[in-house]
Design a binder for this molecule. Sequence first.
Ligand SMILES: *Cc1c(COP(=O)(O)O)cnc(C)c1O
Length: 347
Amino acid sequence: MLPEFPAPALRLDIDRDAIAANWRALDRLSGAARAGAAVKANAYGLGARQVVPLLHEAGCRDFFVAHWAEAAELADLADPTSIAVLHGPLSDGDVAFARASGVVPVLNSLAQVQRWTAAGGGRCHLMVDTGMNRLGVTLAELGEEAVQALDIDVLLSHLVSSEEETDLNARQCRRWNEARGAVRHARASLANSGGIALGPDYHGDLTRPGIALYGGIPRAEMAPLLRQVARPQAAVLQVRDVAAGETVGYNATFTAPHAMRVGTIAIGYADGYLRCWSGKGVFHAAGVRLPVLGRVSMDMSVIDLSAAPEIREGDWVAAEYALPEAAVTSGLSQYELLTSLGRRFGR
Ligand SMILES: *Cc1c(COP(=O)(O)O)cnc(C)c1O
């Protein structure tokens, strides 16, 4: 038998209180509407099985995933009828799973409407496209008999640019209101994280924040309400002294201007700490900044330890990873910064 699983040299520090606090802040900001939660993509990389019970405890009762497999993985943690699958039923197998489990399909097309109805129908959500041109039935299709006959809980649409000031927001809101008048439904939903800050016109009965739950700041005015959630941390694998003129890492993109102490840490692009952080990332230990030197490699990066000569093998350092700032530095979106974080983190 193998001995106990050793602890990874890489961990994602997740502030559970911050997730709950962010949900409550977004629920309050949603006014008369209730906040649900997008927990697709493993709760944006943080671990949906950990996040869903937290959000449930905070009061969340509507969860959105993209794939049926994601719903199946969560169905023992929350009432399956509170979990919705955004991609909708693509096959009779999906429909059978929905009917047997109680997980709710989001119907996105007339074909999905027909597939659902043919199997006996029942409570569903309906996505109407108001400008994304990605998923959803058109406003014109709402008049179809098969659509009119649905038992729709949530009539939803999705904003294209909620984080920006653009006429498209108001245009989508108008079309969504048109849709609300065109088909019977129990609840209406439009706003993602950014949309919640656009005001009561955008709230309907249910909002669907994702990124803001996990510390993303879609709009600057939301910053005071939201807390950072995820902080990648890596162990120092080795400490070494590099002489002036020596280079560090693949392709020798960093040359030591003087003798310096450096540390090799256990995080690389295979962990989602992508090569865009090469020469740009910063880690912290004991309040000191430790910049990344040279290229990020697959499993490792090298940091400058000149300012923290006391750091030893086995010590831990934390990445600077506040999402709005990290997005500017890295060129990645706040969404990519979370969803790319890999499987090797202890979470
Ligand atoms: C991902 C998603 C959300 C959440 O969006 P955020 O921008 O992360 O808040 C809401 N609704 C739908 C349909 C989505 O696909």
